[in-house]
Design a protein around this ligand. Structure first.
Ligand code: T46
Length: 143
């Protein structure tokens, strides 16, 4: 998995009556959770994201259906399919993300390390490449 990203496996407590998964800050996710939000009702041909964050840490969990995430850095690109509520995709700072192929009824839950701040977003891809190139090119990150 690429730099600043990881797939996290949460404990899935299964009984005859269904599944239960709990997520505890600093235990199951590597940060203190200050915000959660969820994305629902996305049309199948819609694409979201198209930005990076300067400092925010997040974990994305697909609670229902499936969603694909394209992750990009100036040196690498990777695609992840989320379709298991007991799996979270951790995305750290300076990773460009694009979400697409939302299936009908899919639900994306996100736990974030900070409150919402538009100042933390880099929404222009060329600006992103410019801001991230020092981190990825001069520090010999090859992942
Ligand atoms: C991310 C991906 C995975 C708020 O007012 N509060 C919030 O907490 C959030 C997340 C968004 N907003 C506003 C900002 C925009 O006016 O809601 C609108 C839609 O946000 P955005 O276009 O950034 O949504 P996505 O789906 O492209 O990205 C979201 C998160 O914003 C982002 O941090 O990493 O999900």
């Amino acid at each position: 998995m690429m730099y600043n990203c990881a797939l996290l496996k949460f404990k899935d407590i299964v009984s005859n009556d269904g599944h239960l998964t709990s997520i505890e800050e600093r235990i199951d996710v590597p940060f203190i959770i200050k915000r959660i939000y969820y994305i629902t009702g996305v049309a199948q041909d819609a694409e979201r994201g198209f930005h990076a964050h300067k400092t925010l840490h997040q974990v994305l969990i697909c609670l229902n259906g499936s969603i694909k995430i394209r992750l990009k850095t100036p040196i690498k690109e990777e695609q992840i399919k989320l379709n298991d509520p007991s799996v979270g995709l951790y995305i750290g700072p300076l990773i460009w993300r694009e979400m697409f192929d939302f299936t009908k009824g899919s639900v994306l839950l996100v736990a974030a390390s900070d409150h919402y701040s538009e100042d933390d977003y880099i929404r222009d891809y060329n600006l992103y490449l410019d801001e991230a190139k020092d981190t990825f090119l001069s520090h010999s990150i090859h992942e």
